[in-house]
Design a binder for this molecule. Structure first.
Ligand code: FAD
Length: 333
């Protein structure tokens, strides 16, 4: 068994029958294990058990940049680190991804849940994704619209395309791209250049998120729930300052901060066994040292029940959950 502790940022000691580091697609052509799981850096996964199959770790590298009069075109190996890519682009004065600074993980995983932060989502900049179909051994090209990007979602998640190995991501970024400053903290910057935005984003993140190198976690455990106007009004009666964001410009639907709800349910900074919620951001479940998977699951279930009871809102996990035989749905645990 391979110890997966270095391959999941929760730092859980679970095992896998086999593990293959994929540096090129040629190494997948003869791959024939029927049970497998593709991983980048494991910063968005929760293992509930030893995995009875092969972990395929994406390590395909390379960044190629071309341009025309109006756009930069960037082809990136899925195993590149997202934050390294951002720095690489900023050093070449290619701006757009700076709001995503320091989101952990690989470029290949970023489209899966359409990673986003501070008003920007990676899907906004994706032109095409190259996928290796592990069942048919064929390469497929998916356009931006075929990926069906949504809030922390894409076709890879909704259609459970677990046999689609994302090998390369193609970005298309306007040369005249403008900064996204919709967040108050970014509007308040004196100097509005890409590195200033990056530095501010990093400072904001460091103030509220634990560093997985020292405290096991997978970032936001839950998605921010989408609620209608009636529910929002009910919450605002008690908490007029509840943080609310628009949802895809849809009228009458709002994204409400799950961390706020968990906090107001009295669950920020709690410890249950070896699992807990982070003192500075209740949305993050942390491994307090020797947590076992079932302790993380039990705390998460408890949070869902308490928030449902208090606000009549059902929280859903943002992290993907994997058991011995593959992905598990939250409702089935
Ligand atoms: C401290 C912290 C902060 C975070 N902040 C944010 C944030 O601000 N915004 C945000 O959106 N996310 C955030 N996350 C979540 C996480 O960083 C992202 O989801 C990231 O994209 C995961 O990358 P990864 O390489 O670790 O993917 P993994 O966790 O290894 O995989 C995630 C999922 O993608 C699949 N997958 C991975 N690689 C591939 C591939 N090449 N082909 C097909 N499927 C693949 C996996 O099977 C799995 O289902 C945070 C996480 C942490 C720990």
């Amino acid at each position: 068994m391979f110890d997966l502790a270095p391959y999941n940022t929760f730092g859980l000691h679970v095992g896998a029958k086999n593990l293959v580091v994929v540096k090129d697609l040629a190494s997948l052509e003869n791959f024939d294990d029927e049970r497998y799981l593709i991983l980048g850096h494991g910063s968005d996964v929760l293992f509930t058990d030893d995995f009875e199959g092969t972990i395929l770790v994406n390590a395909i590298r390379g960044i190629e940049i071309t341009d025309d009069k109006d756009y930069y075109y960037i082809k990136v190996g899925g195993g590149e680190i997202l934050d390294d890519l951002i720095v690489h682009l900023l050093n070449k004065s290619i701006v757009g991804l700076e709001n995503l600074s320091k989101i952990p993980g690989t470029v290949g995983a970023a489209p899966v849940q359409n990673v986003g932060a501070y008003g920007v989502e990676i899907g906004d900049y994706i032109e095409q994704i190259d996928v290796f179909n592990l069942k048919t051994k064929q390469i497929i090209h998916l356009s931006q619209s075929q990926c069906e990007f949504d809030y922390r979602s894409s076709i890879f998640k909704t259609q459970r395309l677990c046999h689609y190995f994302i090998s390369h991501v193609h970005l298309k970024i306007k040369k005249s791209n403008e900064f996204v400053l919709s967040y108050k903290e970014l509007q308040e910057l004196d100097v509005k250049d890409a590195f200033a935005i990056r530095n501010k984003v990093i400072a904001l993140r460091e103030a509220k998120l634990p560093d997985p190198r020292f405290i096991g976690n997978a970032g936001s455990f839950f998605k921010n729930p989408i609620i209608d106007e009636v529910k929002l009004k009910a919450i605002r009666k008690i908490y007029p300052n509840v943080p609310v964001f628009t949802y895809n410009d849809q009228k009458n639907y709002y994204k409400v901060a799950a961390g706020f709800l968990i906090d107001k349910a009295g669950l920020r900074g709690v410890t249950h066994g070896n699992a807990g919620t982070w003192e500075h951001q209740a949305l993050v479940i942390v491994n307090r040292g020797r947590a076992k998977p079932h302790e993380i699951v039990a705390l998460a279930k408890y949070i869902v029940a308490v928030v449902k009871d208090k606000f009549d809102i059902y929280l859903e996990p943002e992290v993907r959950i994997f058991g011995a035989k593959g992905e598990i749905q939250w409702q089935d645990i």
